[in-house]
Design a binder for this molecule. Structure first.
Ligand code: ZN
Length: 306
């Protein structure tokens, strides 16, 4: 472990990405005195403001989305600022690119490099550059961040400062495997889990803030179970976040924790009990919200017959 507090810069594709994959881990870092900055590359309004998208679908060409975009951007940023505050950090920066501007471009790379030079982080967290085969905004953001990391460690131009970041983690590296067939050709693997069981309630409350894409309420709890809970199950705890290091770490001895050593003597019943916590049952839904089966697909919709 480093002997001084560190400053983490998380570069997110969309607003909610600033905490929904690594937020429990960030909360731990904040608790132990580290600083966190989240830089959001795109506003997320064109792809992730689902209420606006729904209005658009109903109104068709009658609705000029541009009239609503400015307000929608502010709504999304305000949601995510509330969420990050719950997890313990305030420094959320909007880099302001449109989320339909999806390619790896020099201006995105330079915008991220400028944030690296300004924040001078000790650690970068971003998306796996080949997520969804490298296509889609997460992969674009991961690639732009790696290019920006290279720019920032170079000499730069004019009076640009130089800042080499010694350590990069990709968040949620295997999350989308199974979503599309390109993922199977990827290089993503989880090589580190962070046990976030003690802050999963904060993460659910943070997800509760993201109303514009219906993340709150039942979905926040389901997501905690099906994503963080699934990683936790793999890691023999209740809830975990997964990461992949970009470059190998250099240490003096091989790392092993007391938690790992305890597995030698711990009864099976204890680690099964530890994996069995369910946060959804402990966190009440708001009035008017409920878990429901009414949106299920019927068998007929798959099989095309009555
Ligand atoms: Zn995203």
């Amino acid at each position: 472990m480093a002997s001084r507090p560190i400053h983490i810069l998380l570069v997110a594709a969309h607003p909610a990405d600033s905490f929904d994959m690594a937020g429990g881990t960030l909360a731990h870092h904040v608790e132990q005195g580290d600083r966190v900055t989240a830089a959001i590359l795109t506003t997320g309004v064109r792809s992730h403001h689902w209420e606006l998208g729904e209005q658009r679908r109903r109104a068709g060409a009658e609705l000029d989305v541009e009239e609503y975009v400015e307000q929608a951007v502010e709504e999304k940023l305000e949601e995510v600022r509330r969420a990050c505050r719950i997890l313990g950090f305030e420094d959320v920066r909007d880099l302001g690119f449109e989320d339909d501007d999806i390619l790896v471009t020099q201006d995105k790379v330079e915008a991220i490099a400028d944030v690296i030079r300004a924040v001078k982080p000790d650690m970068l967290i971003t998306h796996h550059p080949f997520e969804s085969g490298g296509f889609k905004m997460h992969g674009t953001t991961g690639q732009c961040t790696l290019y920006a990391w290279q720019l920032a460690q170079g000499s730069g131009r004019g009076r640009q400062e130089r800042h080499p970041v010694p350590c990069i983690y990709f968040m949620n590296p295997t999350a989308y495997i199974g979503n599309n067939s390109l993922e199977y050709a990827g290089t993503a693997r989880a090589d580190l889990y962070i046990d976030i069981t003690d802050v999963i309630d904060k993460k659910v409350r943070a997800l509760d803030q993201i109303a514009s894409q219906y993340y709150g309420g039942p979905y926040a709890r389901k997501r905690a179970e099906s994503s963080d809970g699934a990683y936790g199950n793999s890691a023999l705890v209740a809830y975990a976040e997964q990461f992949q290091r970009f470059q190998p770490q250099v240490l003096y001895t091989l790392p092993i924790t007391d938690a790992e050593l305890e597995r030698i003597t711990e009864p099976q019943s204890a680690h099964m009990g530890r994996r069995s916590e369910i946060v959804g049952g402990l966190m009440p839904l708001a009035d008017g919200e409920s878990f429901t089966s009414r949106h299920r697909m019927s068998k007929e919709k798959y099989e095309g017959r009555k």
